[in-house]
Write a protein that binds this ligand. Structure first.
Ligand SMILES: *Cc1c(COP(=O)(O)O)cnc(C)c1O
Length: 221
């Protein structure tokens, strides 16, 4: 079943990319392991998935330890006291949304003698309940975050508002892409756009997503 789900998602990614005149290889599937079992997570890796997304640190440690060779992405709200657990294992933190967190990431990157890729999370839906920077603060935040030598800012991450029709998510994705393009126009290199989940990843790809974070459609919860 997992294999079937994976092939369907890959087909959909291909279709959405071609529809938008893009190459499917430009889009990374991030398998979100949330409520997936360890067995299913290992199975997903055997199928060839190389990027995994996690939104809670301690709950997912076993999975991370069993699969040291894949790329782990942290996609949840990150508390500063959890950064020390992230740093030895994760390739990327997708949810940088405040300077206090940037400082803590820099500090632990130094202790681990490494650099870490990050995405800046932007609250594109404007919902109070969602984390992420206010789009108005993005430009000055990027200026300040660039001062952290061990943080490699690769792009932006965002979530659409919850909508029934994926088409209604399109304006949110367009907004994030526009914010990225504005920053690029000011001379920043921000190649990655992490947007789109089970319900709306095809639309996100049409709007320029380079990473889609998919849980339910893959693991079937
Ligand atoms: C859970 C989660 C996902 C995956 O959502 P699905 O609808 O299961 O695909 C993606 N991104 C974030 C930040 C999540 O918390």
């Amino acid at each position: 079943m997992l294999a079937d789900n994976y092939h369907l998602i890959k087909t959909n990614i291909d279709k959405a990319a071609r529809k938008a005149g893009r190459k499917p290889e430009e889009i990374k599937l991030i398998a979100v392991t949330k409520s997936a079992t360890l067995e299913d997570t290992l199975e997903a890796s055997k199928l060839g998935i190389t990027h995994f997304g996690v939104n809670r640190v301690q709950e997912e440690t076993v999975k991370v330890e069993k699969l040291p060779a894949v790329n782990w992405h942290f996609i949840g709200h990150l508390q500063r006291n959890k950064v020390k657990y992230i740093m030895p294992f994760y390739a990327m933190v997708q949810t940088l949304d405040r300077l206090s967190l940037a400082r803590e990431l820099e500090r632990w990157a130094e202790k681990n003698d490494r650099e870490i890729d990050v995405l800046v999370q932007v609250n594109i839906s404007g919902e109070e309940s969602k984390f992420g920077l206010d789009p108005k603060e993005l430009s000055s935040f990027l200026d300040q975050a660039r001062g952290f030598k061990r943080l490699k800012i690769k792009g932006l991450m965002g979530m659409a508002a919850f909508v029934n029709d994926p088409e209604e998510a399109r304006p949110y994705f367009r907004r994030l892409r526009q914010l990225r393009d504005d920053s690029v126009a000011k001379g920043l290199a921000l190649p990655e756009l992490s947007m789109g989940m089970t319900n709306d990843y095809a639309v996100a790809i049409e709007e320029g997503a380079t990473m889609v974070r998919v849980g339910r459609a893959l693991f079937g919860w």
